[in-house]
Design a protein. Structure first.
Length: 303
């Protein structure tokens, strides 16, 4: 049996390291926000001044969905002041820029069980993520491990409550948000849905085009028409199987929305024409309906 060489890097405590201080960590995350594991985010601001409330360490944004993350960094153990500051900065930013979705994020070396319990009380009312960081050294090299110990709670869409939805109409989506052509893609998707389960219709809300069956909302798929494409958001569990299938069919998989448990897929009218059967299969997956899997094609060449 081949001998396996197991190495054990040195675990560092950043709070006690004069070289790897909070400013260094802040700059490291700012240079590559993807290391946090929150997706392909971009840096919007650093040391962002807050009215009468100090400075926000980092402001990151997901450009695809207009979502912003207010990041507070702390070396050592979490404490009351940093938790309060994290929530305060999130609250200030969401009030100043209500056109964005906002999420508070605390990044700390040690998130204790006591404060994890406190943070958990807010989750669901305040979108909050807690990320624990560990630093290691191997010879002259350093590496960081970011672990999400508390994620955003998966919530239903606010607009699922039709009594408080701001209802619009088709013209609003054809002229204000998308175009006649991209809203037509929503019709094509509806046709696929009604072939599988009759009785559905489109519901034009302010922030998305939803679905209703026999007059009752059932938003397992939501649609957002843009000027050059339509984004389909379909409720599915996060799975490598689904991601591989979507990409194998040549569709533009944007990301997975962990908070709402949805895959976001960019679609054109050509995408629909080429993938009617596959989109129908995704709809069946989402609704928990029986699915006939396509046969596996043996690509082995025989002489």
């Amino acid at each position: 049996m081949e001998k396996i060489n197991l190495i054990q890097p040195q675990l560092l405590r950043l709070k006690d390291n004069p070289l790897l201080d909070e400013k260094w960590l802040q700059n490291t995350i700012a240079a590559d926000p993807s290391i946090l594991g929150l997706g392909e985010l971009i840096l919007k601001d650093k040391e962002r001044s807050q009215p009468r409330a100090g400075r926000l360490d980092l402001l990151l944004q997901d450009p695809e969905i207009n979502k912003r993350y207010e990041i507070e960094i702390q070396l050592g153990k979490t404490d009351e002041s940093h938790i309060i500051r994290t929530i305060e900065y999130w609250d200030i930013e969401r009030k100043r820029y209500p056109q964005y979705e906002h999420c508070a994020v605390i990044v700390a070396e040690e998130i204790t069980s006591r404060f994890l319990n406190v943070i958990s009380l807010f989750n669901g009312n305040i979108p909050l993520i807690a990320i624990q960081i560990k630093a290691h050294k191997l010879k002259e090299d350093y590496f960081l491990i970011f672990t999400t110990v508390l994620d955003e709670m998966s919530l239903g869409l606010v607009d699922d409550d039709e009594e408080i939805s701001e209802i619009t109409d088709r013209n609003y989506w054809e002229t204000k948000k998308g175009t006649v052509k991209t809203v037509k893609i929503a019709d094509d998707i509806l046709n696929i849905i009604t072939e599988i389960s009759p009785g559905y219709e489109l519901k034009y809300n302010k922030f998305y085009i939803g679905l209703a069956k026999d007059g009752h909302p059932d938003n397992f798929v939501t649609l957002r028409a843009k000027k050059s494409f339509l984004r389909m958001e379909i409720k599915l569990e996060n799975s490598e199987k689904y991601e591989k299938e979507i990409e194998d069919h040549g569709l533009d998989l944007m990301d997975y929305d962990k908070r709402n448990g949805r895959y976001r897929i960019k679609l054109s009218s050509q995408d629909i024409k080429k993938n009617v059967d596959f989109i129908g299969r995704l709809i069946k997956y989402s609704k928990g309906l029986p699915v006939v899997e396509p046969p596996v094609i043996d690509k082995t060449i025989t002489s």
